[in-house]
Design a protein around this ligand. Structure first.
Ligand SMILES: NC(=O)c1ccc[n+]([C@@H]2O[C@H](COP(=O)([O-])OP(=O)(O)OC[C@H]3O[C@@H](n4cnc5c(N)ncnc54)[C@H](O)[C@@H]3O)[C@@H](O)[C@H]2O)c1
Length: 350
């Protein structure tokens, strides 16, 4: 760490001040563990917008100059996904801790490479999977891991809006959110994915996609993601053998509802007699604390750097998500054929 005083805030530079970078800047400025040492942005208009908001904070146009500055402890990268591998690898090689916005990289091979560089240099590498810090998501995870829902049979997830078009396609842009939530909630990796999509404006850049996922424990999930939709939808339904959960991230409050509903099969009295009984009990709305996930994420990044422990949003999870996105994109090319998702420990893809 470059700071002389171990209790001094970590000096971080935010890289990229487009759509998401300003959120990082605002939250860094509010976190006592961090000090905004500057912004790296090569677009002069965006750099000027930053300077108007944060007068006196340095703007550095060249990323190499950030890396050469020994007083900088870490970089927070909010540039497009295709730039992640090169920027993150260079930062790690220069001895900087890195938080990089989702997805960690474009391919599983790139993600694996970044993990190897971070490990070799004993640095924190954290992909920014913001939903892992959402109090609603954590409330549901607590229920799942405590066994309240029983066996989770399946999950459906919808993430739609009239959203920002990205040349990387909707799978690379939005699926990491659903995948991070699902892998975290279920504490399971995805082993197989099949995908279908529609590209309206540009071949190979889908605006809408439908993913079918199989988790290692057999849980099935269906995810629909789109930038073309009449309104913002962020809804998940988690169906377990004991209880079911509805999660609406757009709700002002009461984002999580737990339904004591289900269907049980009675032991047949006679041969051939199968009777189903329906359960329809209480609906409980748990209290969910109000906290900004991005602020909690930055606190976790600082804690990971200082303690050397891995952050909740860790690089291996980032790898699993990238591998699943890559497999989904492969399935699209194959017309929807299911594609296996390679684990980090598996041999590298050729
Ligand atoms: N966690 C979330 O909820 C969330 C939400 C939106 C976007 N994101 C992620 O944030 C990242 C950025 O997305 P965005 O929509 O803000 O992109 P954007 O295109 O709006 O902005 C990227 C900015 O990075 C700058 N830039 C690119 N390369 C640079 C370099 N080498 N040096 C300095 N500046 C450089 C560009 O000039 C631009 O201003 C993506 O990885 C995206 O997936 C995360």
């Amino acid at each position: 760490m470059s700071t002389q005083n171990p209790s001094a805030p970590l000096r971080v530079v935010v890289v990229g001040y487009g759509y998401w970078g300003p959120n990082l800047v605002r939250n860094v400025a509010e976190r006592p563990e961090l000090e905004l040492a500057g912004l790296c942005e090569r677009d002069p208009e965006r750099a000027a917008a930053f300077s108007a908001r944060m007068p006196g904070t340095p703007v550095i146009a060249d990323f190499d100059d950030v890396l050469a500055d020994a007083s900088v402890d870490a970089v927070l990268i909010a540039t497009p996904p295709r730039t992640h591998h090169a920027l993150v690898a260079a930062a790690l090689r220069a001895g900087k801790h890195v938080m990089v916005e989702k997805p960690l990289a474009k391919t599983a091979a790139e993600a694996r490479d970044l993990i190897e560089i971070a490990t070799a240099n004993r640095l924190t590498l954290m992909p920014g999977h913001t939903f892992l810090y959402s109090p609603s998501v954590n409330k549901i995870r607590d229920l799942v891991l405590a066994g309240e829902l029983g066996e989770v049979y399946f999950v459906t997830s919808s993430r739609m809006n009239l959203g920002k078009y990205q040349s990387d396609g909707v799978v690379c842009d939005l699926a990491p959110h659903d995948l991070s939530i699902l892998m975290y909630l279920l504490d399971q990796p995805v082993v197989q994915v099949s995908a279908s999509a529609r590209s309206v404006f540009q071949d190979g850049v889908p605006e809408v996609a439908f993913l079918t996922l199989t988790f290692a424990n057999g849980t099935a999930a269906n995810v629909q993601i789109s930038w073309l939709a009449p309104r913002k939808v962020r809804e998940m339904v988690i169906v377990g053998s004991q209880k079911m959960v509805q999660y609406d991230d757009t709700a002002a409050d009461e984002t999580v509802r737990v339904y004591d509903r289900g269907m049980d099969i009675k032991t047949p009295k006679n041969f051939g007699e199968h009777q189903l009984s329906y359960r329809s009990g209480d609906i409980v709305i748990p209290r969910v604390e109000a906290a900004e996930p991005l602020s909690l994420e930055l606190a976790d990044f600082a804690r990971a750097i200082v303690t050397g422990q891995r952050p909740r949003s860790h690089a291996e999870l980032g790898y699993d998500i990238v591998a699943c996105v890559e497999a989904a994109e492969e399935s699209l090319r194959l017309g929807g054929t299911p594609v296996a998702v390679p684990a980090l420990t598996a041999p590298a893809l050729i």
